[in-house]
Design a protein around this ligand. Sequence first.
Ligand code: HEM
Length: 131
Amino acid sequence: MSDKFQPKTAVQLDPPRDDPITIEELSKYDGEQSDKMYIAIKGTIFDVSHNIKAYGIGKGYHVLVGRDASRALGKSSLKPEDTDLAVSWDYSVLDERQLKVLDDWFTFFSNRYNIVGKVSNIPSTSSAAKN
Ligand code: HEM
């Protein structure tokens, strides 16, 4: 496997969990309504709580927290039109290059953050886009 996205110091990760979590529940893991901060990519939920510097309240990447941020990550965008809860999960709008960027982010997160569950009710257009 490529080392390109490996953290500088090894991260000890827990076995991935596949607890079903709805997108509404996920929105509460935003560091405000809960101490925990979660970010999902393509429905897989990562616990980013320990990275307050990047994701904490008032920090630059806080807009990605408490949601499936696939669209924003794929588009390298922090704009509301890509991070808004209503659309952030929908990566059916991404082109080939952006889908590759998104997969690279998935690898990046997989190497750093524990997987704590799967979004149980992602609307169907994101998977439809794959067919
Ligand atoms: C001028 C533009 C940008 C600069 C200078 C910048 C810079 C950085 C830096 C210095 C890091 C930390 C790397 C490290 O931990 O070693 C980082 C991480 C990150 N950036 Fe950016 N960034 C920019 C734009 C963006 C945009 C538009 C996005 C939207 C998707 C983004 C998403 C992220 C994410 C998700 C991380 C990973 C944080 C983590 O989990 O460690 N960045 N960026």
